[in-house]
Design a binder for this molecule. Structure first.
Ligand code: MTE
Ligand code: MO
Length: 518
């Protein structure tokens, strides 16, 4: 019977509420710090906080966004950030408290949040696959730290072997949190230095001397099922060949205009910015858009008139194409006569819907030329414009078999009802959009099954370079039906029903949608 002289302090079977909460918060701080650091290298928008905030913005119902903008103004983003922070702290506290006796329940909650972060980043169109590393590593770090501290806090023989005293756990936890804080700051510095985000944030508001005319109230029929007239920046379709979004800082950006010109011109960002800016409402479309597809969006672009610059450069006769090069090596050939046409409204754009161009849409500067598919007209991160002949240079997509001339085809799309849905039988409301950039839409017609064509109501025309919304009511007895749309443009041309693939110069054909009336 030997008495134990030095009994090890008994390990708690359960963590105190305070300790459990502490561990939850350390796990949260670890995730945010690690995520922010990794995101600085793989894409700023992949940082959990940024991704989740943008996800909320993109998925908020339209009326909520309008309400937030009207009541909170530019403070809406701040309110959102604070709200998210409160929510995350709440989750962290909950994760901690669920795990008073075992780490597993809290880890499951952290894991669920991690998966949500991964989905939010995955759904983004503006970061590459590599960006998934940020939420993945953040979740892994958080799970490890949580499990490690938890086991130490509950382990027997605290203070001597595997276990730690309460004080030691607090010290280690605080140390990890401080490390995560440093990681976040390093991430912010790296992102601010190496990426365009910091440079973009410093640009400030862009105000056009010549603003686009305000939209008429009946420019869209959102309530009836058409898309909103102006596409919010986070929803604007994105197409490019960049795996990682090019990071160009405005201070370092230059545009050179050369080749078959009288005078070479080199412009800096402030050269562009300090000119009187013009704003134009333009609908961009991608040649890869299938019939019924959504690679088409509209924005108010702010920039300068390209013709003014080209006049200063003095483009020589005989120049056939404006061959544009992006920092990432992408090239794009625009017919010179289109770029030089004063009626066309070609722009060197630096702003989009009141903000500097989003990084993924070409910050600091891009080309926007109404009426041509993006691959021959809309170079993002543009740094070089060379006037040359078609023989001399072959742009990226021309080398891959796409057409040299690529005016956007007159097309139309049904947005409501969605394909495969059921609606009450009787009168069915149909709505959508139609476009014939630089010509203008004259008429949109719909028909049910093989019935007669019926004219749809059109929204007010904003300008000929933008899409136009339409709606109609059609009869439908109970059963399955197909509804079809076709547009006629202001040149008198009616959309062909001949289906064509996007290659080589854009898809054609009538869009139709099947639905069931009950
Ligand atoms: N640098 C660069 N610019 C580019 C592209 C690209 O791959 N790289 N794609 C073009 C294509 S095919 C289209 S449709 C438009 C899309 O512009 P958005 O992503 O802003 O919608 O950008 C054009 N500009
Ligand atoms: Mo495109």
């Amino acid at each position: 019977m030997s008495a134990l002289k030095t009994a090890p302090p008994a390990a708690p079977a359960r963590l105190s509420l305070a300790m459990a909460t502490f561990l939850g918060l350390v796990a949260l701080i670890t995730a945010l710090g690690a995520g922010h650091l990794v995101a600085a290298f793989v894409g700023y928008q992949a940082s959990a906080f940024v991704a989740v905030a943008d996800f909320v913005i993109a998925h908020s119902p339209h009326p909520v966004v309008v309400w937030a903008e009207q009541t909170l103004g530019t403070a809406d983003k701040t309110v959102l950030k604070i709200g998210l922070a409160v929510l995350l702290v709440g989750f962290a506290v909950l994760a901690g408290q669920l795990s008073r006796s075992r780490p597993l329940p809290g880890q499951v909650l952290v894991g669920v949040l991690g998966v949500a972060g991964i989905v939010a980043v995955y759904q983004r169109t503006d970061v590459g696959q590599l960006a998934l590393l940020a939420p993945v590593l953040a979740t892994a770090a958080s799970l490890m730290v949580f499990g490690w501290l938890h086991r130490r806090a509950l382990a027997p023989d605290a203070g001597s072997g595997a276990g730690l005293t309460r004080r030691q756990v607090l010290q280690r936890g605080a140390g990890v949190a401080a490390g995560a804080g440093v990681a976040a700051i390093v991430g912010e510095v790296v992102a601010g230095r190496g990426s365009a985000a910091g440079s973009r944030a410093a640009v400030g508001p862009l105000v056009a001397a010549r603003k686009a005319p305000p939209l008429p109230p009946d420019a869209d029929f959102v309530k009836l099922g058409s898309p909103p007239f102006i596409t919010p920046n986070p929803d604007f379709y994105r197409i490019d060949t960049a795996f990682v979004v090019p990071q160009v800082r405005a201070e370092e950006w230059q545009l050179k205009i050369h080749g078959m010109v009288e005078r070479e011109i080199t412009l800096s960002y402030s050269d562009v910015r300090n000119r009187p800016l013009v704003e134009r409402t333009v609908t961009l479309a991608c040649v890869s858009n299938e019939v019924g597809g959504d690679l088409i969006s509209t924005a108010n672009f702010i920039g300068i008139d390209l013709v003014d610059l080209l006049d200063e450069a003095g483009v020589r006769r005989g120049a056939q194409q404006m061959y544009a090069t992006s920092v990432d090596g992408f090239t794009c050939g625009t017919p010179a006569n289109v770029a030089l046409d004063p009626q066309r409204g070609a722009m060197l754009a630096i702003g989009m819907n009141g903000e500097p161009l989003p990084v993924e849409h070409g910050f600091p500067a891009r080309i926007v030329i109404p009426g041509l598919y993006g691959y021959v007209s809309a170079t993002k991160w543009v740094t070089d414009l060379e006037f040359t002949t078609w023989d001399e240079r072959q742009s990226y997509w021309l080398q891959r078999g796409w057409a040299e001339q690529a005016p956007i085809k007159t097309e139309s799309r049904i947005d409501t009802p969605a394909s495969g849905t059921s609606v009450p039988a009787g009168t069915v409301r149909v709505a959508g959009t139609a476009w014939a950039q630089h010509i203008g839409i004259a008429k949109v017609e719909v028909r049910v099954d093989q019935g007669r064509w019926q004219q749809a109501a059109l929204s007010a025309e904003v300008n000929k370079d933008t899409w136009r919304m339409w709606w109609a009511e059609v009869p439908a007895r109970s059963g399955s039906h197909t509804i079809t749309v076709r547009a006629t443009d202001q040149s008198g041309y009616t959309q062909t029903d001949h289906p064509a693939d996007p290659v080589p110069d854009g898809a054609s054909g009538w869009h139709s949608v099947s639905f069931t009336a009950r």
